[in-house]
Write a protein that binds this ligand. Structure first.
Ligand code: ADP
Ligand code: MG
Length: 804
């Protein structure tokens, strides 16, 4: 696969007793599938002519075992990931067609496990073998993450495995030259198959719980299980530590069913729109990737496509499995899935090895430059001009890293090409570091667009930004000593002094374009950084949103409560306290999202205005050109020896200007499209944060003020629950059941298949953990409502599940 440049597509048919054999036919080579549909008599013209389609794929999996499916679809891709090629496998198809069965499989039975557990086995088995067989090469690290995208929101399915139980960081897709990553997504190191399977089962369980507690429909979410592989080779290439990084994305896409058929309403309709959009964006991306002339690929239109930016086309082995149902009633959906698969086939991919070198701290570029030049002069006699080989480049990379680490004092340089390469390596490291610093700043501060004058003005009013947009308050909100001067006055002054010899129009276009390189929510030079804390305090006008929340909260506040000294505080008062304490993070995120949304909206309107302006200007130039042409005709045209019309300089300049404007119009338009998608997403986030803020507050309020203190203490993890308060057998019986089941299984299954031990152990652990949590949460319910004893906590909400 490594050298082939195409996405591999397979179709897998779900077994059925009612297979529509008149409609669906397979070719003898098991690579084609033909669909025959008699035209529906109800839909207008009555005729018996058959409508036929023929699809050619890389393979048809019909009545195929999980094992064979894995061999056909995934095995090679996984082994190539182990030598450094990224890989992506996606399952696409209508709900119920077998996507989850193919990806995860039936977790109850080892034999029916799907691609994910098998890939885990292949990766960890191999890494284990390599680690022991070649002791020279023991450095293989395997890590895992499990991401869910639901309604354009990112969920960490493994957040329950992090030490504090939740990931309170705002998740976002972030682009960087090394690839795309999701900020805030927990990534877990695993050294054994069982650890990795534990994570898979944990994620699956969280998916199910979220389905019940948040009223989510798991068929409406995209789930991405990622295995990250890092191989540090001790083979010395130019006395260097080489490092291979690759990842395998295993994706269970949301159901592809059409909206009309589901007849969705309300929440479901919204969800369906989201999925249909992200799937159709996925299609758009695929079509765009297949077109060599397309240069703008709108990856950022949806979370899904953004996350997959470095996993589609690009440097990745990509496999699509279209899961279809074999029944006649589903033939429309089947057709649409097959169409999708064949479109997918046209994407070309160029898998490349991901070899990188360990990141190191960098500060001494200038010193280095001097050293390099000195070296160069010393070694002049060796000057050669052959292009550098990959090995030479790798050698330089390694030297740069060692130099930065302080392991060596000099870098061997013999020619200019090497100098260039060395600088390239430095640049790479510097930009990587910049991004890291920015990411760290991002986690502390909110960002506003520097071109967003209203926001900047607001911040200035609060006194947190100086004339050049620098932060003048320390993290704790205290002024750092710099006296802020009015931003506008100095800026205006600067402009005035340049005005005489610069075109004002050009200036403005230039400055409005400078925001273009902003990617995602990452800060860049054109933004200023401000502390959200300061904004919070100094925000002159209370925003609509917060006011609404207050109104909502003040409604149910019990009046008599405030009269008793020991009574709980009123909700608005408590809300302020909540925002300061437990809710500070979510409150901060909420405000941050709002300010991002505001900035995007402003930017969008600026871009829209600019586009309109450009359009008008283009029309003006077109008219002028027309007039020039008329004039030329009237005066008689000049023609050169080749018969081409000679035009004067003025007309030439107009044509060039028009060309520039067209280019600018196009880029502005593309930016506007991106902004629109971002605004829609941000709006959604803001809404979600608001709800989250309120619901978290409600929980906090009742836990802090309404539950008696002793019960609160007892309920705390590790708190002592007094015997007799709960039927202890309810807690115990579940564990006993699981234990029994495992022991029975060991007796029956294990002797036949020793490889399945990890699978069943991991499964049992996850089940036990969740049975315990369920019991605890049902206990909590019991305490809240004395007398009401529920069944042992099936489908009970878990308090640690966070909607972020
Ligand atoms: P999807 O994820 O596409 O909505 P599922 O994977 O949940 O669909 O499949 C629906 C049902 O069909 C499940 O009960 C699953 O076990 C079963 N199923 C799907 N594909 C197969 C198959 N190839 N062999 C046996 N059972 C299957
Ligand atoms: Mg499914």
């Amino acid at each position: 696969m490594g050298t082939e440049k195409r996405v591999h597509t397979f179709v897998r048919v779900k077994p059925t007793a009612n297979f529509a054999q008149d409609m669906i036919k397979f070719g003898p080579d098991n690579k084609t599938i033909d669909i025959y549909i008699k035209k529906d008599a109800k839909k207008g013209v009555v005729n018996n002519r058959q409508t036929d389609w023929s699809f050619r794929l890389d393979g048809v999996l019909h009545n195929t075992s999980q094992e064979l499916a894995y061999e056909t679809v995934a095995k090679k891709l996984v082994s190539e990931a182990l030598i450094g090629y990224n890989g992506t496998i996606m399952c696409y198809g209508q709900t119920g067609a077998g996507k989850t069965y193919t990806m995860t499989g039936a977790t109850a039975e080892y034999k029916h496990r799907g691609i994910i557990p098998r890939a885990i086995q292949q990766v960890l088995d191999l890494s284990g073998k390599r680690a022991t067989a070649h002791s020279v090469d023991p450095f293989i690290t395997v890590r895992i993450s499990y991401l869910e995208i639901y309604n354009e929101t990112l969920f960490d399915l493994l957040s329950t495995m992090t030490s504090n139980g939740t990931s309170d960081m705002q998740m976002a897709v972030v682009d960087c030259p090394q690839g795309v990553y999701v900020k805030g997504l927990s990534i877990h190191s695993v050294s054994h198959e069982e650890d990795a399977l534990n994570l898979l089962f944990e994620g699956e369980t969280n998916r199910m719980i979220a389905e019940h507690t948040l009223n989510k429909n798991s068929s409406r979410s995209h789930c991405i299980f990622t295995i990250y592989i890092e191989v540090r080779s001790r083979f010395r290439v130019f006395s260097d530590v080489k490092c291979i990084n690759s990842k395998i994305n295993l994706i269970d896409l949301a159901g592809s069913e059409r909206l009309s058929k589901t007849g969705s309403e309300g929440q479901v309709l919204k969800e369906a729109t989201y999925i249909n959009k992200s799937l159709s964006f996925l299609e758009q991306i695929i079509i765009a990737l297949a077109d060599p002339k397309r240069d703008h690929i709108p990856f950022r239109q949806s979370k899904l496509t953004h996350v997959l930016k470095d996993s589609l086309g690009g440097n990745c082995n990509t496999v699509l499995v279209a899961n279809i149902c074999g029944e006649a009633v589903h033939v429309e959906e089947t057709l649409s899935s097959l169409r999708f698969a064949t479109r997918m086939k046209w994407i070309t991919t160029e898998p490349v090895l991901n070899e990188t070198y360990d990141r190191e701290v960098l500060e001494q570029c200038q010193v280095f430059a001097t050293l390099v030049l000195a070296q160069l002069f010393v070694n002049r006699s060796f000057v050669t001009y052959d292009p550098l080989t990959d090995i030479q480049i790798a050698g330089i990379k390694s030297q740069v890293h060692k130099y930065l680490k302080g392991a060596i004092d000099e870098i061997d340089i013999v020619n200019i090409r090497q100098v260039r390469e060395v600088f390239k390596q430095f640049k790479l490291i510097v930009s990587q570091q910049e991004r890291e610093v920015e990411a760290r700043l991002r986690s502390k501060y909110a960002l506003i667009d520097k071109n967003d004058f209203a926001a900047v003005a607001a911040v200035q009013k609060a006194g947190v930004v100086d004339v050049d947009g620098h932060l003048v308050l320390e993290e704790d909100g205290q002024p750092s000593g710099t006296r802020p001067t009015p931003f506008s006055s100095r800026r205006g002054g600067k402009k005035k002094s340049r005005k005489s010899n610069e075109q004002p129009k050009k200036d403005r276009i230039g400055s409005s374009l400078s925001g273009r390189d902003l990617d995602g929510f990452l800060p860049s030079k054109s933004r200023v950084i401000i502390s959200t804390k300061d904004l919070d305090v100094k925000e002159g006008v209370r925003s609509q949103d917060t006011a609404n929340i207050d109104a909502e909260l003040s409604k149910p506040a019990p009046v008599e409560d405030s009269q008793r000294p020991s009574s709980p505080p009123s909700k608005p008062v408590a809300f302020e306290q909540f925002k300061e304490e437990c809710g500070s993070e979510i409150s901060r995120i909420f405000k941050e999202n709002k300010s991002i949304l505001l900035a995007r909206k402003k930017r969008s309107s600026t871009v829209a205005q600019r586009i309109n302006f450009i359009k008008r200007e283009m029309e003006g130039i077109k008219k002028a050109l027309e007039a020039q042409k008329q004039e030329r005709w009237q005066q008689g045209e000049y023609v050169d020896e080749k018969g081409q019309i000679i035009i004067d300089e003025q007309e030439f300049l107009l044509i060039m200007k028009l060309k520039d404007l067209k280019e600018e119009y196009r880029s502005g338009y593309a930016e506007l499209q991106d902004l629109k998608a971002e605004i829609q997403y941000c709006q959604h986030l803001v809404d979600q944060c608001r709800n989250k803020l309120i619901s978290e507050f409600e929980i906090w309020y009742s836990e802090s003020f309404l539950i008696p203190k002793d019960v609160r203490e007892a309920l705390k993890p590790g708190g002592n629950i007094r015997p007799g308060m709960i039927p202890i057998n309810r807690v115990m019986c579940l564990e006993e059941d699981e234990q029994d089941r495992f022991e029975r299984m060991q007796e029956t299954t294990l002797p036949a298949c020793p490889a399945s031990v990890s699978f069943y152990k991991a499964k049992m652990k996850t089940d036990q953990k969740h049975a315990y949590t369920r019991t605890m949460s049902s206990l909590e319910q019991m305490r809240k409502k004395p007398g009401l004893i529920t069944a042992a906590g099936k489908n009970k909400p878990l308090s640690f599940l966070h909607v972020m």
